[in-house]
Design a protein around this ligand. Structure first.
Ligand SMILES: CCCCCCCCCCCCC[C@H](O)CC(=O)SCCNC(=O)CCNC(=O)[C@H](O)C(C)(C)COP(=O)(O)OP(=O)(O)OC[C@H]1O[C@@H](n2cnc3c(N)ncnc32)[C@H](O)[C@@H]1OP(=O)(O)O
Length: 259
């Protein structure tokens, strides 16, 4: 597996773990960090032993946003020329394997946007989410206005984007941004346990479920129902589906072969 400057990558059984590692800057996100995350996701997605990926930061910050010190001197053409997608900035959002953001402390701006690129957000009770870009004279630029609005609704998304305020873990869970809240000292235990559970399922079935849920997030009901139906039918081509139903009937655990 590649070695990196700004992140730490490890695997625990079938779970890949990507830990942001710029603690002195509260895990501020630069293009270099996004390039490294993309390379790590490439490695983990290519590893058949990995069934789920957890992205996390430090106790104080998942990520406090894009690197303001790096951005401050930039002008329009600098940012316009740096194609965020071309450097793999959204690679985690395009990962076919399920991804979990394990968030403690600050997830602000690009940090909240990175967490929302993941499928599930599990928050420590210390987590704080926000899109404070407006306080810097800019706006969210890697999905904050789009994914946040779809996740929590227009009014609360507008509130966060226009006032720059943060919301704590409880408000984030109430709003639907966060799947569950856990004690800060249990965050990684809980996130890894969830990832292990997901990784124990049929990987093709998990990829199909992820694709179907994402279509509900990204398109119309009619389109989503069509995608769900086609993927549901496709599961009946999986050995894992035949095995899963046989195992239930025979009152035993299924043996998934991921095909
Ligand atoms: C082509 C050029 C590309 C350049 C980089 C592009 C990256 C790729 C992404 C591009 C698109 C990004 C789109 C995104 O939507 C935009 C943003 O995310 S803008 C940033 C939004 N975030 C914020 O505004 C939060 C800023 N931080 C704070 O408000 C506070 O730090 C805090 C989180 C409330 C914590 O406060 P404190 O506990 O008091 O801690 P400090 O403030 O003292 O911070 C400690 C230390 O960390 C440094 N730091 C914190 N946040 C950032 C940051 N976002 N960027 C850089 N550095 C940060 C802070 O300066 C301190 O360092 P020190 O001063 O001690 O050296």
């Amino acid at each position: 597996m590649s070695t990196f400057e700004h992140i730490i990558v490890e695997s625990k059984g079938a779970v890949g773990i990507v830990k942001l590692n710029r603690p002195k800057m509260l895990n501020a996100l630069s293009f270099g960090v996004f390039r490294e995350i993309a390379a790590a996701v490439d490695d983990l997605e290519a590893d058949d032993a990995i069934g789920c990926i957890v992205v996390t930061g430090s106790d104080k910050a998942f990520a406090a946003g894009a690197d303001i010190k790096e951005m401050q001197p930039k002008g329009f053409i600098d940012m316009f020329s740096e194609d965020f997608a071309a450097i793999g900035g959204d690679r985690i959002a395009r990962c076919r394997k399920p991804t979990i953001a394990a968030v403690a402390g600050y997830a602000l701006g690009g940090g909240c946007e990175l967490a929302m690129m993941c499928d599930i957000i599990i928050a420590a009770d210390t987590a704080k989410f926000g899109q404070p870009e407006i306080t810097l004279g800019t706006i969210p630029g890697i999905g904050g206005t789009q994914r946040l609005t779809r996740a929590i609704g227009k009014s609360k998304a507008m509130d966060l984007c226009l006032t720059g305020r943060m919301m704590d873990a409880a408000e984030a869970e109430r709003s639907g941004l966060v799947s569950r809240i856990v004690p800060a000292d249990k965050l990684m235990d809980e996130a890894i346990a969830a990832a292990e559970k997901i990784a124990s399922m049929s990987q093709p079935a998990a990829a199909m479920a992820k694709e179907a849920v994402n279509r509900a997030f990204e398109t119309t009901l009619a389109e989503g129902m069509s995608v769900e139906r086609n993927l549901f039918h496709a599961t009946f081509a999986l050995e894992d589906r035949s095995e899963g139903m046989a195992a239930f009937i025979e009152k035993r655990k299924p043996v998934n072969k991921n095909r």
